[in-house]
Design a protein around this ligand. Structure first.
Ligand code: SF4
Length: 444
């Protein structure tokens, strides 16, 4: 979502003459688009700001200005604190208010012209009544043949460990027409794969011609009619929101990739209840079973939190058991880190750090074993790969399989942007390598 938002910010600022630079020391404006999901990510904001401050100071000595903006969820959650601790920050904008950046810059410019001086940074973190999507310009040139498209934002689930409902706000679904138009524009500009984004993407309930009731499954069905669009993905789903239309979409729509990120967080019903996850482990397994019946070759990834307050050895064993039952193709797993303002952060029975470390190592060892075995199951088989860019080595291209695996192949650069059949020759925990067996474009 932050990648998508960063691109939209660049689109907003382009008409004002801004272009993206890889060199922050030369920039007229630096935007830190931040994440607040874990402690480490938000701590990083202050160390990055310290570095950028030096660039700003160097420019000031040359009588030049640099505007420093902090955007994203840390800005939303800790905007006041950032302005207090880093007085050189000029702008704080939240994830729902960054569309106002051009007006904010105009205000800074006005202050400079009338000699009001920098003063206190501008804080723009109220949740606006209007949707930011109504104010965002058309996306400029996509960076890749694979693009993100935000269809839903915010969350009403209030899991007890999560800041998203407080930083991104209430659930909002974009109307079908605007999503379809954006998808068509992306495809016209050469995009072949679209990943539909939402904090709770399968809670999508957008309108079409002012009528409510479009589900994610129906939306995917509609988007799949865009002929030149080759692949559709979506992320992130909540198990409690999986419905029949979503499952049927995996059964019926060939363009929908057979890979689903479905976070569970814990395999213990007791912990799931404490987390306010609104589903049980057996419900999750039932959903997995239905999806596998609908699309036998579907693979799953998930998110896990270990050491949630109150997690016992037995709860953790339940998580390992669930992982063994599902057999994941990949997963993200983290130690629980308290996020200020969330109900879990004030619970007494926090799990000691060394216990969390030990449990995470055990869980990751199992998950990595499953991921490696999943990747190795492709050796000697043919898969379609959408080439996205040059690889790490000369003459090498990097692409993605239907299962989002990174695939490295020695191939001609002209194949970038094409779906090509690959024979997999080698697999590691994180990637596949192979050789081109046909250069014909194929369906997925
Ligand atoms: S459903 Fe996801 S985004 Fe919403 S509160 Fe839970 S973890 Fe956060």
């Amino acid at each position: 979502m932050n990648v998508y938002d960063s691109e939209r910010m660049a689109d907003l600022l382009k008409p004002l003459g801004f272009i993206i630079t890889e060199l922050p020391e030369d920039a007229d404006m630096v935007i830190l688009n931040t994440c607040h999901i874990r402690e480490k990510a938000s701590e990083k904001v202050y160390s990055e700001l310290g570095r950028i401050r030096e660039y700003k100071e160097a420019k000031r000595l040359k009588d030049q200005n640099m505007v420093i903006a902090v955007a994203g969820c840390t800005a939303q959650a800790e905007g006041e604190e950032i302005l207090r601790r880093a007085k050189y920050v000029d702008v704080i904008v939240g994830p729902q208010s960054y569309y106002r950046l051009p007006q904010i810059l105009a205000e800074i410019e006005r202050k400079t012209v009338v000699g009001e001086g920098p003063g206190r940074g501008i804080l723009e973190i109220d949740f606006p009544v209007e949707s930011k999507f109504d104010f965002l310009p058309e996306s400029a040139e996509p960076q890749s043949v694979s693009a993100f498209l935000s269809i839903q934002e915010g969350c009403d689930k209030f899991c007890h460990f999560c800041v998203v409902p407080y930083t991104r706000g209430a659930e909002y679904s974009r109307p079908v027409e605007t999503i379809y138009e954006e998808a068509c524009r992306l495809v016209e500009k050469g995009v072949q794969e679209i990943t539909l984004l939402g904090q709770n993407v399968n809670a999508y309930h957008g309108t079409f011609s002012d009528r409510e009731g479009w589900t994610l499954g129906r939306l995917i069905q509609y988007l799949s009619k865009i002929q030149a669009l080759k692949r559709i993905r979506y992320v992130t789903s909540h198990p409690a929101d999986v419905n029949e239309e979503q499952i049927n979409a995996h059964r019926d729509i060939e363009k929908l990739m057979p890979y689903l990120h479905l976070p569970i967080q814990s395999g213990s019903d007791r912990i799931l209840k404490l987390m306010n996850r609104k589903h049980t482990a057996s419900y999750y397994l039932d959903v997995i079973g239905k999806l596998r019946s609908a699309r036998p070759d579907i693979a799953f990834s998930s998110d896990f939190i270990v050491g949630y307050p109150g997690e016992t050895d037995k709860d953790f064993e339940d998580t390992l058991e669930l992982v063994a039952k599902v057999n994941f193709a990949s997963a993200f797993s983290f130690k629980y880190s308290p996020r200020p303002g969330t109900p879990a952060s004030v619970l007494d029975d926090q799990v000691p750090e060394e216990v969390k470390t030990e449990r995470l190592a055990r869980l990751q060892s199992l998950l990595f074993e499953q991921q490696t075995a999943f990747n190795q199951s492709f050796i000697g088989k043919s898969i379609s790969v959408l080439f996205e860019k040059q690889g790490r080595h000369p003459g090498q291209l990097m692409g993605r399989s239907p299962y989002l695996q990174s695939v490295y192949v020695e191939a001609a650069p002209r194949l970038i942007g094409q779906c090509v059949n690959i024979l997999v020759t080698h697999a590691s925990q994180n990637s596949l390598t192979g050789t081109v067996i046909t250069q014909e474009k194929i369906a997925i």
